[in-house]
Design a protein around this ligand. Structure first.
Ligand code: ATP
Ligand code: MG
Length: 556
């Protein structure tokens, strides 16, 4: 079964850990997942979560959840709550309490004082624009600021007054004194504190200065005893700064930063900022719209934690490009669902059938899953009036057609063999009803003297329940919607990524709780909507994924 844990393939990070444990550098490992609570988590974060929490589980170590909350204007409680929920839904639990970088604000401040005392940090009076000018470029060294050689006492005084709110926002920053000529721009006296009067979700209005990410992150890691600080490749050039800060302070330990490549999933985007734009501009119904690559969107669509974890396992961890086709994601989900969800019948585009020789024919019991009798059975009722899928009938069938056609026969799934005797049309020539007859001698056995190849799904009109079916397609029409610099990625939105249809389902799903998953035979996997589906009431199903990967065939 696909949901049993698969063996973990080795990767360069595991090799580093193995070596550190073998050499005695560490007795056990501590990792962390450090999101900024400025949006909902997406599939890229899921990769990082599976990596960090997965390593801790495999090596019997620990993984912390730490919010990197150094940007008060963009952060919210809602985001922080959703992130915790998503991590747990994916099947992971952080060690101990949730941690916040803001828990360390006082210590971070003390460390900054320490740097100033050592002559390794100074208060800058240049404006942001002047600082940019002094910083130089990739090919040109920067220049020292006129404030760089301020005496320690003056820096201490100014920094204290920054904290006390004596200066306007943006009028001063505290900078690390490293090297304005460094080929690595991150080392050209980076700002480590800025003045910002913003209400913080945890510390309220206690602070008007906030530490910068690079300064905060390494110290937070060290304070938590992180052994391996795993992040994405864009931080590779920041590693010398990570190390500089810890080397120049009396930090409790010096974690090793290790970078891996970001996941880029085709036909979608993995950037919180852009996902926020989709939400704000109402291109989607919210962060958990089932088309969103957010964890909450994928959950609502019906993806399983096991399927997402399997996807993360398959894509692996390395430093090379990790652009992955959506088919890989969908394949992992489909395989996980195949063995674990019951199968029932539904019709999304109904064509009415009248069985002219119906005489109260027998209904049959059918298993919910061909390989899992323990899932149970239900009765599949038959009636005089049926719904079949409109595209299971063709008046002029193409070669090789196995479904219904005038004069032809098909097997009704779990029921009788049925022949189409007549197609009834409306004034425009559209087929609006089929008149058919069943062979009463075919329940549970093959008809005499002929072979019937096609099997179609159906519902008895008198027994079926109406259901809202939400069919989803890819959110974008191109593999890399945000690749172009000159076009807004929203121009590549797929106008038909969402189709709402009124369909019908077997009545056995009537009391299904929200988030119950089914295979609707031949149509795909579906999940009762978390928000709008009501057990015993309005039935709303989201199509999670189709049964086969037909996307490339249909779109190329
Ligand atoms: P975004 O660009 O979407 O805002 P981020 O990197 O700014 O993402 P954080 O909240 O800072 O978001 O990320 C938390 C962790 O998740 C970081 O360690 C980051 O490296 C990792 N992460 C973010 N995006 C991806 C991705 N696409 N693939 C793998 N890991 C990712
Ligand atoms: Mg970030």
């Amino acid at each position: 079964m696909s949901s049993t844990p698969q063996p973990v393939a080795s990767n360069f990070i595991r090799n580093i850990i193995d070596a550190d444990l073998a050499s005695g550098k560490h007795a056990s490992i501590v990792t962390r997942f450090p999101p900024e609570p400025n949006g909902y988590l997406h599939i890229g974060h899921a990769k990082s979560i599976c990596l960090n929490f997965g390593l801790a589980l495999d090596y019997k170590g620990r993984c912390n959840l730490r919010f990197d909350d150094t940007n008060p204007e963009k952060e919210s409680e809602e985001y922080a709550r959703s992130i915790q929920e998503d991590v747990q839904w994916l099947g992971f639990q952080w060690h101990g309490q949730v941690r916040w970088a803001s828990d360390y604000f006082e210590q971070l401040y003390e460390y900054a004082i320490d740097l100033i005392r050592q002559g390794k940090a100074y208060v800058e009076d240049l404006s942001a624009e002047q600082m940019r000018e002094y910083r130089g470029t990739l090919t040109q060294a920067g220049r020292n600021s006129p404030y760089r050689e301020r005496p320690v006492e003056e820096n201490l005084d100014l920094f204290t007054r920054m904290r006390n709110g004596e200066f306007a926002d943006g009028s001063k920053v505290l900078r690390a004194k490293i090297d304005m000529a460094s080929p690595n721009i991150n080392l050209r006296d980076p700002a480590i504190y800025r003045i910002r009067r913003a209400h913080h979700i945890r510390t309220g209005d206690k602070w008007c200065i906030y530490p910068m990410y690079d300064y905060t992150h390494c110290i937070s890691d060290a304070l938590e005893g992180i052994t391996h600080s795993i992040c994405t490749l864009e931080f590779e050039d920041h590693r010398p700064l990570y190390d500089w800060v810890l080397d120049n302070l009396t930090a409790p330990c010096h974690p090793q930063q290790i970078e891996f490549s970001r996941l880029e999933l085709h036909y979608t985007i993995t950037s919180k900022r852009k996902l926020l734009q989709l939400v704000n501009e109402k291109h989607v119904s919210g962060w958990d719209d089932p088309r969103m690559p957010t964890i909450s969107g994928m959950r609502r669509r019906g993806y399983t934690p096991e399927g997402i974890r399997e996807f993360a396992r398959r894509i692996g961890v390395s430093k090379s490009d990790n652009s992955v086709d959506m088919a890989v994601m969908e394949g992992a989900i489909r395989e996980d669902l195949e063995a674990r969800v019951p199968r029932v019948m539904a019709v999304v585009n109904p064509l009415r059938v009248t069985i002219t020789n119906f005489d109260g024919a027998q209904a049959r019991e059918a298993d919910f899953h061909p390989n899992h009798p323990e899932f149970g059975k239900r009765v599949v009722p038959l009636g005089k009036e049926l719904f079949i899928e409109a595209d299971d009938f063709a008046e002029l069938p193409p070669a090789g057609w196995k479904r219904l056609t005038p004069g032809g026969e098909v097997r009704l799934r779990h029921s009788y063999v049925m022949r189409c005797d007549e197609a009834v049309k409306d004034a425009t020539g559209k087929v609006v009803e089929l008149r058919c007859s069943i062979d009463h001698d075919t329940l549970g056995k093959n008809p005499e003297g002929r072979k019937v190849k096609g099997v179609i799904h159906f519902l008895s009109c008198a027994h079926a329940l109406p259901a809202e079916m939400r069919l989803y397609d890819r959110l974008f029409t191109v593999p890399e919607p945000d690749a172009g610099r000159d076009v807004d990625f929203c121009t590549h939105l797929n106008p038909t990524s969402f189709t709402l249809v009124q369909g019908w389902v077997e009545s056995c799903v009537k009391d299904a709780a929200p988030e119950t998953r089914y295979q609707f035979e031949r149509l795909g996997y579906f999940c009762a909507d978390r928000r709008e589906h009501q057990a015993g009431g309005k039935l709303v199903f989201n199509r999670t994924v189709t049964l086969k990967d037909s996307w490339a065939k249909e779109h190329n």
